[in-house]
Design a binder for this molecule. Structure first.
Ligand code: SF4
Length: 525
Protein backbone atom coordinates (compact mmCIF):
# COMPACT_ATOMS: atom_id res chain seq x y z
CA UNK A 1 0.00 0.00 0.00
CA UNK A 2 1.40 3.44 -0.88
CA UNK A 3 2.34 5.85 1.91
CA UNK A 4 -0.37 8.30 0.79
CA UNK A 5 -3.06 5.61 0.93
CA UNK A 6 -1.83 4.41 4.34
CA UNK A 7 -2.09 7.95 5.70
CA UNK A 8 -5.54 8.40 4.21
CA UNK A 9 -6.78 5.15 5.79
CA UNK A 10 -5.32 6.16 9.19
CA UNK A 11 -6.99 9.57 8.95
CA UNK A 12 -10.38 8.10 8.05
CA UNK A 13 -10.25 5.50 10.84
CA UNK A 14 -9.55 8.20 13.43
CA UNK A 15 -12.74 10.16 12.67
CA UNK A 16 -13.42 12.95 15.19
CA UNK A 17 -17.03 13.36 13.96
CA UNK A 18 -17.91 9.81 15.06
CA UNK A 19 -19.16 9.67 18.66
CA UNK A 20 -18.34 5.95 18.96
CA UNK A 21 -14.76 6.55 17.91
CA UNK A 22 -14.14 9.59 20.11
CA UNK A 23 -15.42 7.68 23.14
CA UNK A 24 -12.60 5.12 22.75
CA UNK A 25 -9.14 5.13 24.32
CA UNK A 26 -6.31 6.58 22.22
CA UNK A 27 -4.95 3.38 20.65
CA UNK A 28 -8.35 1.86 19.89
CA UNK A 29 -9.55 5.13 18.37
CA UNK A 30 -6.87 5.06 15.69
CA UNK A 31 -7.99 1.60 14.59
CA UNK A 32 -11.58 2.75 14.04
CA UNK A 33 -14.34 0.15 14.21
CA UNK A 34 -13.02 -1.96 11.34
CA UNK A 35 -13.02 -5.69 11.97
CA UNK A 36 -10.70 -8.16 10.30
CA UNK A 37 -12.67 -9.89 7.58
CA UNK A 38 -13.06 -13.66 7.62
CA UNK A 39 -12.14 -15.10 4.22
CA UNK A 40 -15.04 -16.97 2.66
CA UNK A 41 -17.58 -15.89 5.27
CA UNK A 42 -19.57 -13.59 2.96
CA UNK A 43 -18.41 -10.76 5.16
CA UNK A 44 -20.26 -8.12 3.19
CA UNK A 45 -17.89 -6.70 0.62
CA UNK A 46 -14.41 -5.20 0.35
CA UNK A 47 -13.33 -1.56 0.52
CA UNK A 48 -13.55 -1.25 -3.28
CA UNK A 49 -17.15 -2.46 -3.09
CA UNK A 50 -17.82 0.15 -0.37
CA UNK A 51 -16.41 2.94 -2.55
CA UNK A 52 -18.55 1.77 -5.48
CA UNK A 53 -21.66 1.74 -3.29
CA UNK A 54 -21.03 5.35 -2.29
CA UNK A 55 -20.17 6.68 -5.73
CA UNK A 56 -22.04 4.56 -8.25
CA UNK A 57 -25.40 6.33 -7.76
CA UNK A 58 -23.86 9.47 -9.35
CA UNK A 59 -25.82 8.86 -12.48
CA UNK A 60 -24.16 10.76 -15.33
CA UNK A 61 -20.68 9.43 -14.55
CA UNK A 62 -18.93 6.50 -16.26
CA UNK A 63 -17.61 4.20 -13.52
CA UNK A 64 -14.52 2.49 -14.91
CA UNK A 65 -13.05 -0.35 -12.86
CA UNK A 66 -9.34 -0.94 -13.46
CA UNK A 67 -9.15 -4.67 -12.77
CA UNK A 68 -9.58 -8.16 -14.11
CA UNK A 69 -13.21 -8.62 -15.01
CA UNK A 70 -14.42 -10.20 -11.77
CA UNK A 71 -14.24 -7.15 -9.46
CA UNK A 72 -17.05 -5.32 -11.28
CA UNK A 73 -20.19 -7.26 -10.40
CA UNK A 74 -23.48 -6.59 -12.13
CA UNK A 75 -24.12 -2.87 -12.44
CA UNK A 76 -27.80 -3.35 -13.28
CA UNK A 77 -28.41 -5.37 -10.19
CA UNK A 78 -26.20 -3.70 -7.61
CA UNK A 79 -28.32 -1.77 -5.17
CA UNK A 80 -31.55 -0.42 -6.55
CA UNK A 81 -30.32 3.19 -6.53
CA UNK A 82 -32.77 4.94 -8.84
CA UNK A 83 -32.13 7.69 -11.36
CA UNK A 84 -34.50 10.29 -12.77
CA UNK A 85 -32.20 10.86 -15.73
CA UNK A 86 -29.14 9.17 -17.15
CA UNK A 87 -28.62 5.43 -16.74
CA UNK A 88 -24.93 5.63 -17.57
CA UNK A 89 -24.05 4.76 -13.95
CA UNK A 90 -25.48 1.29 -14.41
CA UNK A 91 -23.30 0.40 -17.39
CA UNK A 92 -20.22 -1.62 -16.51
CA UNK A 93 -16.86 -0.34 -17.78
CA UNK A 94 -13.71 -2.24 -16.94
CA UNK A 95 -10.18 -2.50 -18.32
CA UNK A 96 -10.60 -6.31 -18.06
CA UNK A 97 -6.89 -6.96 -17.43
CA UNK A 98 -5.57 -10.31 -18.52
CA UNK A 99 -2.62 -12.20 -17.04
CA UNK A 100 -0.56 -11.08 -20.03
CA UNK A 101 -1.38 -7.40 -19.37
CA UNK A 102 -0.27 -7.83 -15.78
CA UNK A 103 2.93 -9.73 -16.60
CA UNK A 104 3.88 -7.35 -19.42
CA UNK A 105 3.04 -4.23 -17.40
CA UNK A 106 0.36 -2.99 -19.85
CA UNK A 107 -2.10 -1.93 -17.14
CA UNK A 108 -1.57 1.84 -17.24
CA UNK A 109 -1.60 2.01 -21.05
CA UNK A 110 -4.77 -0.05 -21.20
CA UNK A 111 -6.39 2.23 -18.62
CA UNK A 112 -5.45 5.34 -20.59
CA UNK A 113 -6.99 3.87 -23.75
CA UNK A 114 -10.09 2.75 -21.86
CA UNK A 115 -10.66 6.25 -20.47
CA UNK A 116 -10.38 7.66 -24.00
CA UNK A 117 -12.82 5.11 -25.37
CA UNK A 118 -15.42 5.71 -22.68
CA UNK A 119 -15.22 9.50 -23.13
CA UNK A 120 -15.51 9.14 -26.93
CA UNK A 121 -18.41 6.67 -26.85
CA UNK A 122 -20.44 7.88 -23.87
CA UNK A 123 -19.63 11.60 -23.38
CA UNK A 124 -19.94 11.27 -19.58
CA UNK A 125 -19.93 14.25 -17.21
CA UNK A 126 -16.86 12.62 -15.65
CA UNK A 127 -15.07 9.28 -15.47
CA UNK A 128 -14.44 7.71 -12.07
CA UNK A 129 -11.53 5.26 -12.19
CA UNK A 130 -11.45 2.61 -9.46
CA UNK A 131 -8.24 0.87 -8.38
CA UNK A 132 -8.59 -2.72 -7.15
CA UNK A 133 -6.36 -5.26 -5.39
CA UNK A 134 -4.65 -6.52 -8.55
CA UNK A 135 -3.90 -3.14 -10.09
CA UNK A 136 -2.66 -1.74 -6.76
CA UNK A 137 -0.44 -4.74 -6.11
CA UNK A 138 1.20 -4.47 -9.53
CA UNK A 139 1.79 -0.77 -8.82
CA UNK A 140 -0.35 0.94 -11.48
CA UNK A 141 -0.46 4.66 -10.68
CA UNK A 142 -4.07 5.54 -11.47
CA UNK A 143 -3.69 9.10 -10.16
CA UNK A 144 -1.07 9.94 -12.80
CA UNK A 145 -3.05 8.25 -15.59
CA UNK A 146 -6.26 10.08 -14.59
CA UNK A 147 -4.48 13.43 -14.52
CA UNK A 148 -2.94 12.89 -17.96
CA UNK A 149 -6.28 11.73 -19.42
CA UNK A 150 -8.21 14.68 -17.95
CA UNK A 151 -5.67 17.13 -19.40
CA UNK A 152 -5.73 15.45 -22.81
CA UNK A 153 -9.50 15.12 -23.27
CA UNK A 154 -10.86 17.91 -21.06
CA UNK A 155 -13.26 15.68 -19.10
CA UNK A 156 -12.83 15.29 -15.32
CA UNK A 157 -11.24 11.90 -14.58
CA UNK A 158 -11.39 11.10 -10.88
CA UNK A 159 -9.09 8.46 -9.30
CA UNK A 160 -10.75 6.38 -6.59
CA UNK A 161 -7.77 4.68 -5.03
CA UNK A 162 -9.57 2.23 -2.74
CA UNK A 163 -8.33 -1.32 -3.45
CA UNK A 164 -10.29 -4.06 -1.71
CA UNK A 165 -7.47 -5.14 0.59
CA UNK A 166 -7.37 -1.88 2.61
CA UNK A 167 -10.32 -3.01 4.70
CA UNK A 168 -14.05 -3.36 5.06
CA UNK A 169 -16.91 -2.07 2.97
CA UNK A 170 -17.64 0.63 5.54
CA UNK A 171 -14.08 1.92 5.32
CA UNK A 172 -14.49 1.93 1.53
CA UNK A 173 -17.65 4.08 1.87
CA UNK A 174 -15.61 6.72 3.69
CA UNK A 175 -12.64 6.51 1.32
CA UNK A 176 -15.01 6.91 -1.64
CA UNK A 177 -16.24 10.10 0.08
CA UNK A 178 -12.62 11.22 0.48
CA UNK A 179 -12.12 10.92 -3.30
CA UNK A 180 -15.01 13.37 -3.75
CA UNK A 181 -13.49 15.74 -1.19
CA UNK A 182 -10.07 15.59 -2.88
CA UNK A 183 -11.16 15.89 -6.50
CA UNK A 184 -14.81 16.94 -6.96
CA UNK A 185 -16.49 18.99 -4.20
CA UNK A 186 -15.79 22.70 -4.65
CA UNK A 187 -14.76 22.45 -8.30
CA UNK A 188 -17.94 23.93 -9.87
CA UNK A 189 -19.82 27.07 -8.81
CA UNK A 190 -23.64 26.87 -8.99
CA UNK A 191 -25.35 29.30 -11.40
CA UNK A 192 -27.49 30.63 -8.56
CA UNK A 193 -27.68 30.05 -4.83
CA UNK A 194 -30.57 30.62 -2.44
CA UNK A 195 -30.90 30.57 1.37
CA UNK A 196 -32.89 27.36 0.93
CA UNK A 197 -30.16 25.13 -0.55
CA UNK A 198 -29.24 21.91 1.24
CA UNK A 199 -27.03 18.87 0.82
CA UNK A 200 -28.21 15.35 1.58
CA UNK A 201 -25.36 12.96 2.35
CA UNK A 202 -25.70 9.22 2.86
CA UNK A 203 -29.00 8.70 1.05
CA UNK A 204 -28.66 6.64 -2.12
CA UNK A 205 -32.24 6.89 -3.42
CA UNK A 206 -32.67 3.13 -3.03
CA UNK A 207 -35.89 2.08 -4.77
CA UNK A 208 -36.62 5.82 -5.11
CA UNK A 209 -36.76 6.68 -1.39
CA UNK A 210 -35.42 10.18 -1.94
CA UNK A 211 -38.41 10.83 -4.20
CA UNK A 212 -40.74 10.17 -1.25
CA UNK A 213 -39.05 13.02 0.61
CA UNK A 214 -38.30 15.51 -2.17
CA UNK A 215 -41.96 16.60 -2.60
CA UNK A 216 -41.98 17.64 1.07
CA UNK A 217 -38.87 19.76 0.56
CA UNK A 218 -40.37 21.17 -2.67
CA UNK A 219 -43.46 22.27 -0.75
CA UNK A 220 -41.21 24.20 1.64
CA UNK A 221 -39.24 25.73 -1.24
CA UNK A 222 -36.06 23.88 -0.20
CA UNK A 223 -33.70 22.82 -2.98
CA UNK A 224 -31.41 19.79 -2.88
CA UNK A 225 -28.29 21.50 -4.21
CA UNK A 226 -25.91 18.62 -3.56
CA UNK A 227 -26.37 14.92 -2.96
CA UNK A 228 -24.08 12.03 -2.12
CA UNK A 229 -25.26 10.29 -3.91
CA UNK A 230 -28.95 9.56 -4.39
CA UNK A 231 -30.09 10.49 -7.93
CA UNK A 232 -27.04 12.79 -8.10
CA UNK A 233 -25.40 14.39 -11.11
CA UNK A 234 -21.67 15.11 -11.15
CA UNK A 235 -22.35 18.85 -11.11
CA UNK A 236 -24.50 18.51 -7.97
CA UNK A 237 -21.63 16.90 -6.10
CA UNK A 238 -19.12 19.47 -7.35
CA UNK A 239 -21.19 22.39 -6.02
CA UNK A 240 -22.03 21.03 -2.56
CA UNK A 241 -19.76 23.58 -0.91
CA UNK A 242 -22.33 26.32 -1.62
CA UNK A 243 -25.24 24.72 0.27
CA UNK A 244 -26.46 26.32 3.51
CA UNK A 245 -26.93 23.13 5.51
CA UNK A 246 -26.23 19.41 5.25
CA UNK A 247 -28.38 16.52 6.41
CA UNK A 248 -26.35 13.40 7.10
CA UNK A 249 -28.63 10.41 6.67
CA UNK A 250 -26.24 7.56 7.44
CA UNK A 251 -23.48 8.86 9.71
CA UNK A 252 -21.64 5.53 9.68
CA UNK A 253 -20.85 5.81 6.01
CA UNK A 254 -19.98 9.43 5.33
CA UNK A 255 -19.57 11.45 8.52
CA UNK A 256 -16.06 12.39 7.35
CA UNK A 257 -17.48 14.14 4.29
CA UNK A 258 -20.11 16.14 6.21
CA UNK A 259 -17.53 17.17 8.84
CA UNK A 260 -14.95 18.27 6.27
CA UNK A 261 -17.51 20.26 4.24
CA UNK A 262 -18.37 22.03 7.49
CA UNK A 263 -14.71 22.69 8.32
CA UNK A 264 -13.67 23.83 4.83
CA UNK A 265 -16.72 25.80 3.70
CA UNK A 266 -18.70 26.46 6.92
CA UNK A 267 -21.76 24.36 5.95
CA UNK A 268 -23.27 23.05 9.23
CA UNK A 269 -24.57 19.49 9.34
CA UNK A 270 -26.86 17.38 11.48
CA UNK A 271 -27.67 13.70 11.56
CA UNK A 272 -31.24 12.72 10.78
CA UNK A 273 -33.45 10.05 9.34
CA UNK A 274 -36.36 9.91 6.93
CA UNK A 275 -37.50 6.54 8.30
CA UNK A 276 -40.58 6.70 10.52
CA UNK A 277 -43.12 9.45 11.06
CA UNK A 278 -41.63 11.25 14.06
CA UNK A 279 -38.14 11.14 12.57
CA UNK A 280 -39.26 12.56 9.24
CA UNK A 281 -40.92 15.46 11.10
CA UNK A 282 -37.82 15.94 13.24
CA UNK A 283 -35.56 15.96 10.18
CA UNK A 284 -37.73 18.60 8.46
CA UNK A 285 -37.65 20.75 11.63
CA UNK A 286 -33.87 20.49 11.84
CA UNK A 287 -33.33 21.33 8.17
CA UNK A 288 -35.54 24.42 8.49
CA UNK A 289 -33.93 25.42 11.82
CA UNK A 290 -30.43 25.26 10.33
CA UNK A 291 -31.49 27.17 7.20
CA UNK A 292 -33.00 29.94 9.35
CA UNK A 293 -29.77 30.12 11.37
CA UNK A 294 -27.93 30.50 8.07
CA UNK A 295 -30.10 33.36 6.84
CA UNK A 296 -33.39 31.93 5.52
CA UNK A 297 -36.58 33.81 6.43
CA UNK A 298 -37.87 32.85 9.87
CA UNK A 299 -41.37 32.24 8.45
CA UNK A 300 -39.93 28.96 7.11
CA UNK A 301 -40.35 27.54 10.62
CA UNK A 302 -44.10 28.14 10.73
CA UNK A 303 -44.55 26.79 7.19
CA UNK A 304 -42.60 23.71 8.26
CA UNK A 305 -44.86 23.16 11.30
CA UNK A 306 -47.97 23.56 9.15
CA UNK A 307 -46.65 21.02 6.63
CA UNK A 308 -45.76 18.55 9.40
CA UNK A 309 -49.25 18.84 10.94
CA UNK A 310 -50.90 18.31 7.55
CA UNK A 311 -48.69 15.36 6.54
CA UNK A 312 -48.88 13.62 9.93
CA UNK A 313 -52.68 13.87 9.89
CA UNK A 314 -52.70 12.38 6.37
CA UNK A 315 -50.38 9.51 7.23
CA UNK A 316 -52.19 8.51 10.44
CA UNK A 317 -55.49 8.56 8.54
CA UNK A 318 -53.95 6.27 5.92
CA UNK A 319 -52.57 3.93 8.62
CA UNK A 320 -55.81 3.65 10.61
CA UNK A 321 -57.46 0.96 8.40
CA UNK A 322 -54.30 -1.15 8.77
CA UNK A 323 -54.22 -0.95 12.58
CA UNK A 324 -56.57 -3.88 13.29
CA UNK A 325 -54.63 -6.07 10.84
CA UNK A 326 -51.24 -5.51 12.47
CA UNK A 327 -52.00 -4.60 16.11
CA UNK A 328 -50.58 -7.15 18.55
CA UNK A 329 -48.10 -8.60 16.04
CA UNK A 330 -44.58 -9.08 17.34
CA UNK A 331 -41.76 -7.75 15.17
CA UNK A 332 -38.09 -8.66 15.18
CA UNK A 333 -35.83 -6.07 13.51
CA UNK A 334 -32.49 -7.20 12.11
CA UNK A 335 -31.09 -4.22 10.29
CA UNK A 336 -28.44 -1.59 11.00
CA UNK A 337 -27.62 2.03 11.83
CA UNK A 338 -30.51 4.46 12.24
CA UNK A 339 -33.09 1.93 11.04
CA UNK A 340 -32.58 0.08 14.35
CA UNK A 341 -34.78 2.67 16.01
CA UNK A 342 -36.34 4.94 13.43
CA UNK A 343 -39.30 2.72 12.52
CA UNK A 344 -39.81 1.34 16.03
CA UNK A 345 -41.87 4.24 17.37
CA UNK A 346 -44.34 4.13 14.47
CA UNK A 347 -44.72 0.32 14.72
CA UNK A 348 -45.38 0.64 18.47
CA UNK A 349 -47.88 3.40 17.82
CA UNK A 350 -49.83 0.96 15.62
CA UNK A 351 -49.99 -1.57 18.44
CA UNK A 352 -47.13 -3.79 17.27
CA UNK A 353 -44.61 -5.09 19.77
CA UNK A 354 -40.92 -4.90 18.81
CA UNK A 355 -39.36 -7.93 20.51
CA UNK A 356 -35.79 -7.07 19.51
CA UNK A 357 -33.64 -4.82 17.38
CA UNK A 358 -30.06 -5.37 16.29
CA UNK A 359 -27.28 -2.92 17.11
CA UNK A 360 -25.12 -3.71 14.12
CA UNK A 361 -23.34 -0.63 12.76
CA UNK A 362 -25.21 1.45 15.34
CA UNK A 363 -23.64 4.53 16.91
CA UNK A 364 -23.86 5.55 20.58
CA UNK A 365 -26.69 7.86 19.57
CA UNK A 366 -28.55 4.96 17.93
CA UNK A 367 -28.19 2.93 21.15
CA UNK A 368 -29.44 5.81 23.28
CA UNK A 369 -32.47 6.21 20.99
CA UNK A 370 -33.34 2.51 21.28
CA UNK A 371 -33.24 2.72 25.09
CA UNK A 372 -35.34 5.87 24.99
CA UNK A 373 -37.98 4.34 22.70
CA UNK A 374 -38.06 0.79 24.08
CA UNK A 375 -37.58 1.59 27.77
CA UNK A 376 -34.42 -0.46 28.38
CA UNK A 377 -31.46 -2.11 26.65
CA UNK A 378 -32.89 -5.63 26.97
CA UNK A 379 -34.17 -5.65 23.43
CA UNK A 380 -30.84 -4.75 21.82
CA UNK A 381 -28.58 -7.42 20.43
CA UNK A 382 -25.39 -7.45 18.39
CA UNK A 383 -24.42 -9.57 15.37
CA UNK A 384 -25.77 -13.06 15.44
CA UNK A 385 -25.03 -16.19 13.51
CA UNK A 386 -27.90 -17.71 11.52
CA UNK A 387 -28.28 -20.55 14.07
CA UNK A 388 -28.72 -18.05 16.90
CA UNK A 389 -31.15 -16.03 14.83
CA UNK A 390 -33.19 -19.16 14.13
CA UNK A 391 -33.35 -19.95 17.86
CA UNK A 392 -34.27 -16.37 18.65
CA UNK A 393 -37.04 -16.28 16.07
CA UNK A 394 -38.53 -19.37 17.66
CA UNK A 395 -37.92 -18.35 21.29
CA UNK A 396 -39.03 -14.75 21.03
CA UNK A 397 -42.22 -15.90 19.41
CA UNK A 398 -41.99 -13.12 16.82
CA UNK A 399 -44.66 -12.94 14.14
CA UNK A 400 -42.53 -11.27 11.48
CA UNK A 401 -38.87 -10.56 10.75
CA UNK A 402 -37.83 -7.21 9.23
CA UNK A 403 -34.33 -7.56 7.83
CA UNK A 404 -32.15 -7.75 4.72
CA UNK A 405 -32.20 -10.39 2.03
CA UNK A 406 -29.54 -12.63 3.53
CA UNK A 407 -31.66 -13.38 6.61
CA UNK A 408 -34.70 -14.36 4.59
CA UNK A 409 -33.69 -18.01 4.45
CA UNK A 410 -33.34 -18.19 8.24
CA UNK A 411 -36.86 -16.76 8.49
CA UNK A 412 -38.13 -19.30 5.98
CA UNK A 413 -36.50 -22.17 7.88
CA UNK A 414 -38.26 -20.90 11.00
CA UNK A 415 -41.49 -20.65 8.90
CA UNK A 416 -41.69 -17.00 9.75
CA UNK A 417 -43.00 -14.10 7.60
CA UNK A 418 -40.27 -11.77 6.44
CA UNK A 419 -40.15 -8.21 5.05
CA UNK A 420 -37.07 -6.84 3.29
CA UNK A 421 -36.09 -3.44 4.74
CA UNK A 422 -32.50 -3.27 3.50
CA UNK A 423 -30.80 -2.03 0.41
CA UNK A 424 -31.99 -4.73 -2.00
CA UNK A 425 -35.66 -4.10 -1.33
CA UNK A 426 -37.89 -3.13 -4.21
CA UNK A 427 -40.30 -0.85 -2.32
CA UNK A 428 -39.34 2.54 -0.87
CA UNK A 429 -40.24 3.10 2.80
CA UNK A 430 -39.03 6.65 3.43
CA UNK A 431 -40.93 9.75 4.50
CA UNK A 432 -44.50 9.78 5.70
CA UNK A 433 -46.12 7.72 2.96
CA UNK A 434 -43.23 5.26 3.01
CA UNK A 435 -44.40 4.26 6.48
CA UNK A 436 -47.81 3.37 5.06
CA UNK A 437 -46.08 1.22 2.41
CA UNK A 438 -44.02 -0.52 5.10
CA UNK A 439 -47.05 -1.32 7.26
CA UNK A 440 -48.87 -2.58 4.16
CA UNK A 441 -45.91 -4.85 3.42
CA UNK A 442 -45.98 -6.17 7.02
CA UNK A 443 -49.73 -6.75 6.72
CA UNK A 444 -49.34 -8.59 3.39
CA UNK A 445 -46.62 -10.77 4.82
CA UNK A 446 -47.90 -11.52 8.31
CA UNK A 447 -51.51 -12.15 7.27
CA UNK A 448 -50.64 -14.26 4.26
CA UNK A 449 -52.48 -17.62 4.56
CA UNK A 450 -49.41 -19.46 3.31
CA UNK A 451 -47.90 -19.45 6.82
CA UNK A 452 -50.72 -21.52 8.31
CA UNK A 453 -50.32 -24.07 5.49
CA UNK A 454 -46.54 -24.05 5.80
CA UNK A 455 -46.63 -24.85 9.50
CA UNK A 456 -48.86 -27.89 8.89
CA UNK A 457 -47.07 -31.15 8.09
CA UNK A 458 -47.02 -31.94 4.36
CA UNK A 459 -49.82 -34.39 3.32
CA UNK A 460 -47.24 -37.06 2.43
CA UNK A 461 -45.69 -36.76 5.91
CA UNK A 462 -48.96 -37.55 7.70
CA UNK A 463 -48.92 -41.24 8.67
CA UNK A 464 -51.81 -43.30 7.40
CA UNK A 465 -53.84 -44.79 10.20
CA UNK A 466 -56.76 -47.17 10.58
CA UNK A 467 -56.01 -49.29 7.53
CA UNK A 468 -56.28 -46.39 5.08
CA UNK A 469 -54.69 -46.87 1.68
CA UNK A 470 -53.71 -44.32 -0.93
CA UNK A 471 -55.92 -44.23 -4.04
CA UNK A 472 -54.56 -46.05 -7.04
CA UNK A 473 -52.68 -43.73 -9.40
CA UNK A 474 -54.60 -42.92 -12.55
CA UNK A 475 -54.02 -40.96 -15.73
CA UNK A 476 -50.61 -40.23 -17.23
CA UNK A 477 -47.56 -38.71 -15.58
CA UNK A 478 -47.46 -35.01 -16.64
CA UNK A 479 -43.68 -35.24 -17.15
CA UNK A 480 -43.07 -38.64 -18.75
CA UNK A 481 -46.61 -39.08 -20.16
CA UNK A 482 -46.41 -42.75 -19.14
CA UNK A 483 -49.81 -44.10 -18.02
CA UNK A 484 -50.12 -45.61 -14.56
CA UNK A 485 -50.83 -49.35 -14.43
CA UNK A 486 -54.52 -49.71 -13.68
CA UNK A 487 -55.93 -51.36 -10.59
CA UNK A 488 -52.70 -51.62 -8.63
CA UNK A 489 -53.01 -49.56 -5.49
CA UNK A 490 -49.92 -49.42 -3.27
CA UNK A 491 -50.17 -51.37 -0.08
CA UNK A 492 -49.32 -49.17 2.88
CA UNK A 493 -48.81 -50.30 6.42
CA UNK A 494 -50.67 -48.09 8.97
CA UNK A 495 -48.31 -46.23 11.30
CA UNK A 496 -48.72 -44.72 14.72
CA UNK A 497 -47.33 -41.19 15.14
CA UNK A 498 -44.59 -41.17 17.77
CA UNK A 499 -45.16 -37.54 18.71
CA UNK A 500 -47.92 -34.96 18.22
CA UNK A 501 -45.75 -32.95 15.84
CA UNK A 502 -44.97 -35.05 12.82
CA UNK A 503 -41.65 -34.27 11.13
CA UNK A 504 -39.90 -35.48 8.03
CA UNK A 505 -36.93 -37.77 8.73
CA UNK A 506 -34.56 -35.00 7.53
CA UNK A 507 -36.23 -32.29 9.61
CA UNK A 508 -36.23 -34.54 12.64
CA UNK A 509 -32.54 -35.23 12.12
CA UNK A 510 -31.50 -31.60 11.95
CA UNK A 511 -33.85 -28.68 11.26
CA UNK A 512 -30.89 -26.29 11.10
CA UNK A 513 -29.13 -28.19 8.33
CA UNK A 514 -27.26 -25.73 6.15
CA UNK A 515 -27.26 -22.76 8.55
CA UNK A 516 -23.82 -21.33 9.21
CA UNK A 517 -22.35 -21.39 12.68
CA UNK A 518 -20.13 -18.36 12.19
CA UNK A 519 -20.84 -15.29 14.26
CA UNK A 520 -19.49 -13.25 11.37
CA UNK A 521 -21.58 -10.30 10.36
CA UNK A 522 -23.40 -11.78 7.37
CA UNK A 523 -25.84 -8.96 6.83
CA UNK A 524 -25.75 -5.52 5.22
CA UNK A 525 -27.62 -2.45 6.25
S1 SF4 B 1 -11.00 -5.24 -5.11
FE1 SF4 B 1 -9.89 -7.01 -4.30
S2 SF4 B 1 -11.18 -7.83 -2.63
FE2 SF4 B 1 -12.45 -6.42 -3.88
S3 SF4 B 1 -13.45 -7.72 -5.40
FE3 SF4 B 1 -11.56 -6.98 -6.38
S4 SF4 B 1 -10.00 -8.54 -5.92
FE4 SF4 B 1 -11.74 -8.92 -4.54
Amino acid sequence: MSEALKNKVAEVLNEPGCATNTAKADGARKKGCTKQLTPGAAAGGCAFDGAMITLQPITDVAHLVHAPLACWGNGWDNRSAASSGSDLYRKGFTTDLSELDIVMGHGEKKLFRAIHEVIKEQSPAAVFVYATCVTSLVGDDIEVVCKAAAEKWGTPVIPVNVPGFVGSKNLGNKLGGEALLDHVIGTIEPETTTPYDINIIGDFNLSGELWQVKPLLDKLGIRILGSISGDARYRQVAQMHRAKATMLVCSQALVNVARKIQERWGVPYFEGSFYGIADTSEALRKICGLLVEQGADVELLSRCEALIAEEEAKVWAALEPLRPRVAGKRVLLYTGGHKTWSVVAALQELGMEVVGTSMRKATQNDRARVVEIMGDANHMYENMAPREMYDMLRDAGADVLLSGGRSQFVALKARMPWVDVNQEKHEPYAGYMGMVDLVRAIDRSVNNPIWADLREPAPWDVPLTGGAVLPAPSGACPVTHVSAPMGRAPTLVPQTPSSPEVQTPQAAANPLEGLANSATDFEDC
